[in-house]
Design a protein around this ligand. Structure first.
Ligand SMILES: Cc1cc2nc3c(=O)[nH]c(=O)nc-3n(C[C@H](O)[C@H](O)[C@H](O)COP(=O)(O)OP(=O)(O)OC[C@H]3O[C@@H](n4cnc5c(N)ncnc54)[C@H](O)[C@@H]3O)c2cc1C
Ligand SMILES: NC(=O)c1ccc[n+]([C@@H]2O[C@H](COP(=O)([O-])OP(=O)(O)OC[C@H]3O[C@@H](n4cnc5c(N)ncnc54)[C@H](OP(=O)(O)O)[C@@H]3O)[C@@H](O)[C@H]2O)c1
Length: 455
């Protein structure tokens, strides 16, 4: 009997999985019956921008955490699909830091090429996954959000690709309950124009804090105070942005910080990260982990240690994204179609321990990048994922880190990154990022704007 695979989520990970199966099928492999369940009305996951916050039209928590004017925060060359280059998709070289709409177009292009949409059921949420009574497969309970109808289906394998940057981590600090302005998490941030002229407190010291503070300043906010808990980002911030130690309390609209300083604040944006959350997975199948490079209890970062027929994609803290998702999807596919022989529990556990031990030895971003590149290489050597120059991506990641340290406002204006797939060097963008207020794809790809001076 044909085996059945459930893929949960049609974001970049779910799409990578569908694509991997299609590539094998086109080469003549016998592939299983695949069904992908996506609770949004179309593919793309976080890249499928929504204006909504809170609950959606079905009363479902809104998945989207992306905001208007979001540009890639790393060069596109570091996430390029090895079998679908940017050159191929756009028909020419483009700059290295595309806005969200451009990357969404790229993801969609590959998904359309293999017509993987025919496997996806939209507006369909997975509510529960458990071992079936025979113990050989899984019962997956699905709800059609349009009708409210539920059904339970049997699958031989379950692949979870529901992301982990959607359920916010929302701390509370003394005085929040009496703060007269708006307090929001970055998950609900949509448009920097909301904060024009406002004095902002941005909490956190990672990518969201960095990018949302810069966005808000770029679009005309008042002074921005970034408050860190553990250590500052330490960039040479443009005028009007400064970093201070942890908040101790709010008193009305006055913020008090550990260094004894105070600031008057109009709105607070909590860039305090996200939780791995899988309420639809039965306890003994549920991934519980912090946001780290080698998540808990996953062999090869993918297979549930106790039961490799349950797989999780993209659950790592992410330097690499689309390339890593592809590497994982190829390996998951090859296990299912019998090309990758799954070792026994003891060997899986030893391999997992080896990687976790390696993870404890990492000291800083450069080590982290090498670790994740090694993880990808470890997977791709087990499959036929097309070759790409992974060592070049390591180097470019490190250059990118250096560019950020040199100037956090201009790092996106660098363009000498080289495709690890085609070798093409990217082109300069017509407008420096700080002055590029219009992020539409037509504007980005077109030549309609004059190149402006660096900030
Ligand atoms: C603000 C922000 C900016 C980012 N910017 C970048 C960037 O510039 N470059 C980069 O490479 N990466 C970026 N990322 C990282 C991002 O995690 C990845 O690019 C990518 O979107 C992860 O893909 P995914 O498929 O794992 O998850 P997601 O994109 O989150 O997709 C998961 C999908 O699963 C669906 N789903 C969830 N639960 C269920 C359910 N129960 N039933 C059915 N469907 C379900 C969701 O609706 C969603 O479509 C950013 C992340 C954030 C939060
Ligand atoms: N394209 C873009 O430009 C863009 C923009 C935004 C986000 N992203 C992506 O989104 C993903 C998530 O990034 P993220 O920054 O949201 O999450 P993150 O990297 O997990 O960082 C969470 C931050 O919250 C802080 N924090 C947690 N609890 C706190 C508390 N109680 N009080 C104060 N601070 C607290 C942490 O501080 P400690 O250091 O003290 O733990 C950390 O700095 C990343 O993959 C990133 O690449 C991309």
């Amino acid at each position: 009997m044909t085996e059945r695979v459930a893929i949960i989520g049609a974001g970049p990970c779910g799409l990578a999985q569908l694509h991997a199966f299609e590539e094998a099928r086109k080469q003549g492999a016998t592939t299983p019956e695949v069904e992908c369940f996506e609770k949004q009305s179309y593919w793309g996951g976080l890249w499928n921008y929504t204006w909504r916050t809170g609950l959606d039209e079905f009363g479902e928590p809104v998945h989207g955490s992306m905001y208007r004017y979001l540009w890639s925060n790393a060069p596109k060359e570091l996430l390029e699909f090895a079998d679908y280059s940017f050159d191929y998709h756009f028909g020419r070289a483009i700059p290295s830091f595309p806005p969200r709409e451009v990357l969404y177009d790229y993801i969609s292009g590959r998904a359309q090429k293999n017509d993987v949409g025919r496997f996806i059921q939209y507006n369909t949420a997975v509510r529960w996954v458990d071992n079936d009574t025979s113990g050989s497969g899984y019962e997956v309970t699905i709800e059609e959000l349009n009708t409210g109808n539920s059904r339970t289906e049997y699958f031989d394998y379950v692949i979870v690709g529901t992301g982990h940057f959607s359920i916010p981590n929302v701390p509370e600090y003394p005085g929040f309950d009496r703060f007269p302005g708006r307090i929001l998490h970055s998950h609900d941030f949509r448009d920097a124009n909301e904060f024009v002229g406002k004095r902002l407190l941005v909490m956190g010291s990672s990518y969201s804090a960095e990018d949302i503070a810069l966005q808000c300043k770029k679009y005309g906010s008042g002074p921005i105070t970034i408050s860190y808990r553990t250590s500052p980002m330490g960039f040479d911030w443009p005028d009007g942005i400064e970093e201070v130690p942890q908040l101790t309390q709010m008193s009305g609209s006055t913020a008090y910080f550990r260094d004894g300083s105070t600031r008057e604040i109009d709105a607070i944006i909590l860039c305090t990260g996200y939780q791995h959350s899988f309420p639809f997975m039965a306890e003994d199948l549920k991934l519980t982990t912090s946001n780290r490079l080698y998540p808990d209890n996953l062999y090869k970062g993918v297979f549930w240690l106790d039961d490799p027929n349950v797989m999780y994609l993209g659950m790592q803290d992410q330097y690499y994204t689309f390339t890593m998702f592809d590497a994982e999807a190829w390996l998951a596919r090859d296990y299912i179609i019998g090309r990758f022989a799954m070792p026994g529990y003891t060997e899986r556990e030893q391999d997992y321990r080896k990687w976790r031990e390696y993870e404890t030895q990492l000291d800083g971003a450069f080590d982290d990048i090498d670790f994740q590149a090694d993880h990808i290489a470890d997977m791709t050597q087990l499959t036929d994922y097309p070759a790409f120059d992974i060592d070049l991506t390591r180097e470019m990641f490190k250059q990118w880190e250096e560019h950020k340290d040199e100037n956090i406002v201009t790092y996106r204006d660098h363009y000498q990154f080289k495709s690890p797939v085609t070798g093409t060097t990217s082109t300069p963008h017509h407008t420096d990022w700080w002055y590029a207020l219009d992020d539409r794809m037509t504007t980005y790809i077109g030549d309609g704007m004059q190149k402006t001076q660096s900030a």
